[in-house]
Design a binder for this molecule. Structure first.
Ligand code: COA
Length: 182
């Protein structure tokens, strides 16, 4: 094992995903308010409540209700014991599709260490393992090379460009769509 290889292995061992819990609301509010300058170009516009513990508690409650209904699987990304982001399977469709959309973000302080790559790997494992899904789709802004690298390293293939796909940072923006099948 090369030094770089053993380093990568240590990073992997330190990053995991687990189902979001109501206790995550406070840490999520702190992360989002502290890192909004970094995250805002990749996110929808948000109300001020989004950055408060109460607002995040409401969001977590909604996501867990959607989870109970089988529509969403919201994961906390935990790195060295700290909540550093979220990874979410949404729009879960059963029947012949067995599909979900994948989204994620990671705190600026731990960017560039393989955290998102590992979190997406764990999310994909859950999706194709215990959840029995067949296909995951993710969209990135055309300029979001970091996110594209995360998807490519996790075996996602590029589908193409969807014009005006999501309203991000206040504008309907083109996205590159990626998919991976089980
Ligand atoms: C995109 C994001 C999840 C990546 O998280 P991360 O933990 O830094 O990702 P990783 O370290 O696993 O991998 C990032 C890769 O992109 C590369 N990268 C980073 N910035 C880059 C850039 N500007 N151009 C090209 N590659 C870039 C990194 O070098 C790394 O690849 P490497 O390990 O081969 O060097 C994180 O930056 C983020 O949350 N951004 C804001 C929200 C967002 O974009 N979410 C995804 C929406 S689709």
């Amino acid at each position: 094992m090369t030094p770089a290889g053993s380093g990568a292995r240590r990073t992997r061992a330190r990053t995991e995903v687990r189902l979001l819990t109501p206790d995550d609301a406070g840490p999520l509010a702190r992360l989002l308010s502290g890192d909004w300058g970094f995250l805002a170009p990749f996110e929808p516009e948000r109300d001020p409540a989004h950055f408060t513990a109460a607002g995040q508690a409401e969001l977590v409650e909604r996501l867990l209700a959607e989870h109970a209904a089988g529509r969403t699987v919201p994961f906390a990304i935990v790195h060295e014991g700290e909540l550093v982001g979220r990874s979410t399977l949404s729009n879960v469709v059963r029947g012949p599709a067995q599909h979900a959309d994948l989204g994620y973000f990671v705190a600026e302080a731990v960017n560039g260490r393989g955290v998102a790559t590992e979190a997406v790997a764990r999310t994909v494992e859950a999706a194709f393992g215990e959840l029995g899904l067949h296909r995951l789709q993710a969209g990135t802004l055309l300029s979001n090379s970091a996110s594209q690298a995360v998807l490519q390293r996790n075996g996602f293939e590029r589908i193409g460009v969807a014009r005006g796909y999501l309203r991000i940072a206040g504008r309907w923006q083109d996205h590159v769509l990626y998919q991976r099948t089980a």
